[in-house]
Structure formats: C-alpha cells, structure tokens
Design a protein around this ligand. Sequence first.
Ligand code: PLP
Length: 302
Amino acid sequence: MELFDTSKSILQEIRLDPGKFRNVRLLVKRDDLIHPEVSGNKWRKLKYNIELAEYQKKDGILTFGGAYSNHLLAVAAACVSAGLKSIGVVRGEELNSESNENLKRCSELGMELKFVSRESYDERNEKSCQEGWKEAHPHFLLVPEGGANYYGMVGCQEIWKELSEKVDHVFVAQGTTTTSCGLLIGSAENTVLHVVPALKGFDSEAEMRKQLFPFLIDEETIDDYMRRVEVHPEAHFGGYGKWTPDLLDFISSCKNAYDLPLDKIYTGKAFHALMEWLKQQDFNIPQTILFIHTGGLKNGGV
Ligand SMILES: *Cc1c(COP(=O)(O)O)cnc(C)c1O
C-alpha cells in the first residue's frame, strides 16, 4: 500500500567540524520526510494499528489527543489513505473543529471530533471508559493516545530494517516512549539508546518498562535492555509545549548550517541534547551517532 512507503526517509549525513568533533560520524534518519501529514514516528506507530483495523474488518479507528496533537492529525490522514473512518476524542469541551489549524485539518480529512472535559479525558485509559467507547462505537478499533501500544512499538522497531550501518549511539525524542521502546527492541546489542523526554519530570525508565512489558514479558530481560538506555532528563526547555529563544536560535542555526529542519516540541530539544552530549565526548575510535528525526514539523515547525 502506498501509505506505508518509507522510501522518502533518507539518511542524511551531518558535516560536523572535524576539529571540534573527533571521530564522529553523525547521521539523521529523516522520518519527517515520509509523509506531509502523517509525520515521522506517527506513521510508523500507525502502520500495524491500521493493518489490525483492516484485519478485524473495522470501519475505522477511534483515538485520543490534545488540540495540537500530531497523532490526531496522523490518524485522520492515514485513515483517509487506508479508506477507513476516524473518530478523535479531544481534550477540552470548550473547543470545536474551528479552534485551531490542527483540529480544522483533522475535521477536513473527515475525522469526527468529540470534545470531552479534561476530567473525563483523564479517564481515557481506564477500563470502564474504554468499554464505554467500544460499546458506543463497536465498529471502530480503539488506539491509545500517541499510538502508544504494542503495534505502535512493533512499527517503530522496523526503522532498523532500513539502516545497514553499525550504530554506536542513537538519539530520539520521547513522548509516550513507544518510539524509543521500538528502537530499543530492534537495536543491536552494543547500541546505546539515548532518550530525550519532551516532558518535565517524566519518569522515562518506569514508562519504558511498562511499554516494554507486553513485548519482553520477563523482568530480567527488561533489565538487560534497559541497561543500554541513557536518559537526558534536563533537555525539555521548560516542559512540554514550552520553548525558549535559545532553542529557537538553535533550531534556525541547524537549518542554516546543516539544512536540517527541526520542530520546537520534540526534535529541536532532542537534537540539542545530542549536540550538547557530543561536545563532552572525545572518542578514541570512530563512532557512528544516529539521530531519529521523528517529524512534528507540521504542528511544531518554526
Ligand atoms: C509524538 C512525537 C514524539 C514522541 O514519540 P513517542 O513514541 O510518543 O515517544 C516524538 N517526536 C515527534 C515529532 C512526535 O510527534
């Protein structure tokens, strides 16, 4: 199916100053180029969810998100391409389909938007709430916010199939941890996974363990994998949806110097963490560092 074509996600080599960065080869996997609206990792997380909806002969997908959610837009666009319907449960009863460009576009793509109070949105993952949505929409597959489920993780694991080089360190932005967990599971034994949460005070380790459980089952195996994870918890620039003039300057300098567009919610912060980390390294042997560009340019571009 054309929707699941990843051939546009190129591997871009970033030319760093060899005087400042010794023994470093920096590569960027440009998942932001996959699709104009189903951006980056959202595409990967939806692939098997959409296949499941088709296999179960569902009419469409019902999912959850905030007003500026990249995930909602991705579901709306991916469902159109797959010939499925979509329902988006949106946080905030005061909103409507004209409230912002993101919601407007979701609605244009045919997504049926249901606005709920913050209190009832907070209960979205509870069993009784899930059952309620299922009963009301039996012909829809429920997908959690951010595509954060087993199928989402399996889709993200496939990124490695498109890469042939040996990677020593891989960096990725983190929201629900689904993308990072998929990368971890699919990575080679000696690869270190660096995760950069966009949320302040986020417990990356606990969230990753929860997400990995349905895949690895055994706690000891989870421990083994988690030993290869390095968290960069202080790279959030104030928290989710926040940014500073310094971050915006950094983003425009990357655009100018490397022709690398970044967003201000996720990838700008993660790439900044990578560059700060790189400045502190002095490698004796050549290292390949990979940055996963998870997209986000449509809603978080500068
Ligand atoms: C949603 C999103 C993330 C977070 O991915 P998770 O799998 O939820 O951790 C990272 N980057 C961008 C651009 C996103 O839109």
